[in-house]
Design a binder for this molecule. Structure first.
Ligand code: 0A1
Ligand code: ZN
Length: 880
């Protein structure tokens, strides 16, 4: 916790490290209260640096001894200023020996070395290693590590670190040791150790080149019945990277460790991935379909980092998207390939588009907006964002859209050929893509440097006599903090033209036949694209497969949207047409609700929904997506002044109307989409359950008794967690008399399953009937724990981010609660506090009355004298 004014760090100020590190030998005497860390570094001056002092970072450490080339340094031989320890006048080559003390059990920030349920765990990205020992803790310093772990054998029978186990044995006095060696040079943020009481599921796995690797998934005792899916996902990830990118596992051993206390999803430490239990533990009894899918994606993500992140890493933290955008893109492609079918892929893509619109677009339009490669930050932990991750993945996807799959692969190959073992920049990736394909991608750089979501405006004109269709595309980008004016982006716009029959028309531009989907390259502020030989006036299908992270504007008529909703061969755009139809209506209904008018829904829309619902030629998973209404936050995003209550009223009305007017079809769907027999997490079964449970939710939105009876029956008889929570959710959201009892039964049955109890808290936190008083009461529940990030997210963050009606209560009570919790959390865990503080990002978009309360709450937090850099940066940007 710092009280001085936080410093802004700029990308332009980057300088190379003064010294490079060749080897690191770490010795740990592990004790929760007082751990001794002995660190022996061999370093040499970096010829690329003008700076001659050794610079080591350290935080929350007690320095015991410091020796340089064997000689103990006295107080006059070095200086400690804040987090920096500087040694001047050092020779070219040095061996530094540093002994420090730290207190893992007091580490509630969960950064560095900490204790989770009695086990030692580390988290070093981004700057946690400096909380373990003094070190040039920056990603462009890559070194070879040897690690000796010593601990009590009974309490910590398992001792793990990166790389290969080279020695283990007894020490007498009940202690034991293990020595690990990582053959690959790595930055300090990839260091990890685990000393714990754990058990593992393990397997030998044959790699493409014939080598065998040992794969392990480590969990606490009692959880071995929940590791299988993670292990299967890991094996699939290894195969996929071999097949799709020719990338092999480079170690003899690959370990995954699950911990219940973790700030993020998981971490790609070399050979020793550490995971939040949420992304490891699953079986049908405790995990939902979404959990199963999340595990596959995150296991893949961390595994793929081994090449995109670890073998080739980031020069500095401004380049974070170099590894994150690329690795998210890789995990998205992996998930798509695992589903296999084209409609399954589309459903996967629709999920990505939804996240982007629901979370990233608002970020790009708010006070924390930043480019994919930021130019400055106060606290790097605040930049693990949807912009760096998800928009970054869209940027990588655009290379593939522009260059084709093969061209993209060529670029990847060249990237590894050039940069294996190096710490590089986003520009190096772009150059590899350009050079491997002989293309100029200079303008593409703006996707990295300019923040904000571009708006593409489209207009079409059909010339009957010339049989041409001219598509005029123009682009602009709204101002964002520090960037009032933007230059045009290089935007791939995938386009199809539908004839009156609903079929795609063949596309020709400048005599070139382009099939039925053309990727137009919009590079100017305005451009015309002329399609020739167009036999009839078409309906344009624009931005197919969401070919760029932009807002697309086109003055579609209802008739055109209905045409696309029924016929578009691009499933993403087919879904998109439905979203546009619902959004238009939701916005109008919101207006009427705000004015206290009477709400009504047109038949045309209901009929379109009926058609999709009953079209058995469509995959259930796709139907579910197409029938799902835009969320309240997405509706809010379209409004100039946000009024949470009318939005909620409008959306609830629409749900109830659909539920009532399609009652018979929903009921029939509910019955036909059952998945009897043993649970399976394949895409088809997941789709059927999703559609069935959506039908239940719609039915539950009506006052019909029958729906509640169905929900109650499903709740009691469910044989998997997906159906169980869907039923419980239906009861809670309908405020059914049976809901409280169901909640109690659910709790009693799953009391010992922390991840299920998280769901129990989250479902209550997001119910429209749960007000601040109820949340406060839940915080007093014995199962609530302010130190556990998953629990805090499930109750406090869910309430603030996903219960808009109550969070934005007219009396400002939600905001006062928010301020109180941000302050309380900040004293324990600044990263978690800072995430929560983002709930207030877009406060200027609300009504003046709400704004006044929000400002007051923000000022209360900002006015604290003791505040972390993390929270300080977020609230001061919100207020500025
Ligand atoms: N690199 C990890 C995410 C991660 C980032 C920061 C952390 O602690 C502050 C932990 C994990 C990933 O992308 O999966
Ligand atoms: Zn990552």
């Amino acid at each position: 916790m710092r009280t001085d004014t936080p410093q802004t760090i700029y990308r332009k100020d980057y300088t190379p490290p003064s010294y490079l590190v060749d080897t690191v030998e770490l010795g740990f005497d592990l004790d929760p209260a007082r751990t001794i860390v002995a660190n022996r570094l061999t370093m040499r001056r970096n010829p690329a640096s003008a700076q001659r002092e050794i610079e080591l970072y350290g935080e929350e450490l007690e320095l015991v001894a410091l020796r340089l080339n064997g000689k103990t340094l006295g107080k006059r031989d070095y200086r400690i200023e804040g987090n920096l320890l500087r040694i001047a006048h050092a020779p070219e080559e040095v061996t530094l020996e540093i002994e420090t003390l730290c207190a893992p059990e007091k580490n509630t920030a969960l950064s560095g070395l900490y204790v989770s349920n009695g086990n030692f765990i580390t988290q070093c990205e981004a700057e946690g290693f400096r909380r373990i020992t003094y070190f040039p803790d920056r990603p462009d310093v890559m070194a070879r590590y040897t690690v000796m772990l010593r601990a009590d054998k009974e309490r910590f029978p398992v001792l793990l670190s990166n790389g290969n186990l080279v020695e283990e044995g007894e020490l007498g006095d009940g202690r034991h040791y293990a020595k690990w060696e990582d053959p690959f040079p790595k930055p300090s943020y990839l260091f990890a150790l685990v000393a714990a009481k754990l058990v593992c599921q393990e397997e030998k796995f044959q790699l493409a080149d014939g080598r065998e690797a040992l794969l392990q998934v480590w969990v606490e005792e009692g959880n071995l019945d929940k590791t299988d899916h993670a292990m299967q996902s890991l094996k699939r990830s290894i195969r996929w990277d071999e097949e799709r990118y020719g990338l092999e596992l480079d170690l003899d051993r690959f370990m995954i460790v699950a911990t219940g206390d973790f700030n993020m999803g998981a971490m790609e430490n070399k050979g020793l991935n550490i995971f939040n239990t949420k992304y490891v533990l699953a079986n049908p009894r405790v995990a939902t379909d979404v959990d199963f899918q999340g595990i596959e994606a995150v296991v893949g993500h961390e595994y793929f980092h081994n090449w995109t992140g670890n073998r080739v890493t980031c020069r500095d933290w401004f380049q974070l998207s170099l590894k994150e955008g690329l690795t998210v893109f890789r995990d998205q492609e992996f998930s798509g390939d695992m589903i296999g079918t084209s409609s399954g892929r589309a459903v996967n893509r629709i999920d990505q588009v939804r996240t982007l619109r629901q979370v990233q677009f608002p970020e790009d339009a708010g006070p924390m907006a930043h480019p994919v490669r930021p130019d400055s930050f106060v606290e790097i932990n605040n930049f693990y964002t949807v912009t760096v991750y998800e928009k970054g993945a869209e940027v990588v996807r655009m290379y593939q859209t522009l260059l084709g799959r093969e061209g993209f692969r060529k670029g990847m190959d060249l990237y590894f050929e050039r940069h294996d073992g190096q710490a590089v920049e986003c520009d190096d990736f772009r150059s590899a893509m350009a050079d491997a394909n002989g293309r100029n991608l200079d303008q593409f750089e703006r996707w990295y440097s300019q923040s904000g979501t571009p708006v593409v405006q489209a207009e079409g004109r059909y010339d009957e006599s010339a049989r041409t269709y001219t598509l005029k595309l123009s682009q602009s980008c709204p101002p964002t903090p520090g960037q009032p004016d933007k230059l045009p982006f290089h935007i791939p716009v995938a386009v199809g033209l539908l004839g009156a029959s609903g079929r795609d028309l063949p596309l020709t531009i400048d005599g070139k036949e382009l099939g039925t989907t053309a990727v137009l390259e919009l590079t100017e502020s305005e451009q015309n694209f002329v399609f020739s030989g167009v036999a009839e006036s078409p309906t344009p299908s624009l931005l197919r497969d969401f070919s760029a992270p932009v807002v697309l504007k086109y003055g579609y008529s209802d008739a055109e949207l209905l045409h696309l909703f029924s016929h578009d061969s691009d499933p993403v755009n087919r879904w998109e047409a439905g979203q546009r139809l619902s959004m238009e209506r939701l916005l109008k209904l919101t207006e009427v609700a705000a004015a206290g008018g009477e709400l009504s829904l047109d038949d045309t829309f209901v009929e379109a929904m009926r058609k999709i619902l009953t079209d058995d030629t469509l995959d259930p998973a796709f139907r579910e997506q197409a029938l799902l209404l835009p969320s309240e936050s997405m509706i809010a995003d379209q409004m100039d002044v946000v009024q949470p209550l009318p939005i909620h009223t409008a959306r609830q009305f629409m749900r109830a109307e659909i539920g009532a007017r399609l009652h018979n079809e929903l009921l029939a769907t509910y019955r036909s989409q059952q998945t009897p027999g043993e649970y399976s997490a394949d895409a088809e079964s997941i789709g059927r359950r999703a559609l069935k449970n959506l039908a239940l939710a719609y039915l539950g939105a009506t006052p019909a008794e029958q729906a509640l009876a169905l929900a109650q029956e499903q709740f009691s008889n469910a044989t998997n967690m997906t159906d169980r929570v869907a039923a419980l959710g239906a009861l809670i959201h309908a405020n059914a008399p049976a809901a409280p009892d169901a909640l109690n039964r659910f709790y009693d049955e799953f009391e010992d399953e922390a991840l299920v109890i998280d769901k129990w808290f989250a479902m209550q936190a997001t119910a429209a009937t749960t007000d601040v008083a109820k949340v406060r009461k839940l915080m007093k529940h014995p199962a609530f724990n302010m130190r556990n990030p998953n629990r805090v997210r499930s109750l406090i963050s869910s309430f603030c981010a996903a219960n808009p009606v109550q969070f934005h209560a007219a009396d400002g009570s939600g905001y006062a609660f928010w301020a109180e919790q941000v302050i309380a959390l900040d004293a324990l865990n600044p990263q978690i506090a800072s995430r929560l503080s983002r709930a207030m990002d877009r406060w200027r978009r609300y009504t003046p009355e709400l704004q006044a309360y929000m400002k007051q709450a923000l000022e209360k937090v900002a006015g604290q004298t003791k505040l972390s850099n993390d929270v300080r940066e977020v609230v001061s940007k919100a207020l500025s």
